[in-house]
Design a protein around this ligand. Sequence first.
Ligand SMILES: C[S@@+](CC[C@H](N)C(=O)[O-])C[C@H]1O[C@@H](n2cnc3c(N)ncnc32)[C@H](O)[C@@H]1O
Length: 232
Amino acid sequence: MKTFRRKVFNIPAWLLSKHALLKLMKSSDFEDIVEIPNTFVGRGLYDRIHAEQDPVEIREMAKLVHSIMPKVIVEIGTYKGGTLFIWTRTNPQAELIVSVDLPGGQYGGGYDSSREKLYRLFAHDRPKTHMEFIRGNSHLPETAARLKGALNGRFIDFLYIDADHTYEGVKADFQLYSPMVRKGGLIAFHDIQNMKSNHQVKNFWAEVKQQYEHREIIGPSTKTGNGVLFIK
Ligand SMILES: C[S@@+](CC[C@H](N)C(=O)[O-])C[C@H]1O[C@@H](n2cnc3c(N)ncnc32)[C@H](O)[C@@H]1O
């Protein structure tokens, strides 16, 4: 009965949310796009598209990502879809955008499969952009194999790592997915400055940045931070 009621309620919730998002998405202005995840108000399962980001940092990140004109974008850790929205809307040339996220995962909690249609709406006006959703643990070989299948021989231009924030978790994501990134591509990590005890990205970042040309994008709050590696 509960499931039936939720299904029925989902229909108007979806229609209202879709209408609200399409209205906001009319703007192609870069500055507007990075604001939308935090201004959008939807309904029910589609209530928010929140970005877990410092606004100054994400604006700089989006500009840097766009500067390499990525065709293949992979995001590990999507949650409410904020950064997925930003990568998708600021890169109309993208051909493949993949989200990997673990339902019930730590540091957010993943997303219900019903939200995939909200995320697909991000590219509704881009017939050349294909979106793939891999709901699974990024550390498992089968998840990496599913991603390889989606890539179908292509390399990743931009890889965003923002999922498991433990030292071992970030390292595992880097080790599994960095070989899939092309020369000239970018790999970015979120939370390189986060000092919370369960956030250990900073420890892995301190090590990995020694081996690559890199840039740290740190906003005035200095609490989160994005670290970018330039792959040569
Ligand atoms: C901080 S949120 C991502 C936020 C998003 N990038 C943004 O800024 O809009 C982290 C997400 O990573 C997911 N996650 C945690 N551990 C994971 C794992 N091992 N594999 C895949 N996803 C994972 C969580 O489910 C959560 O949805």
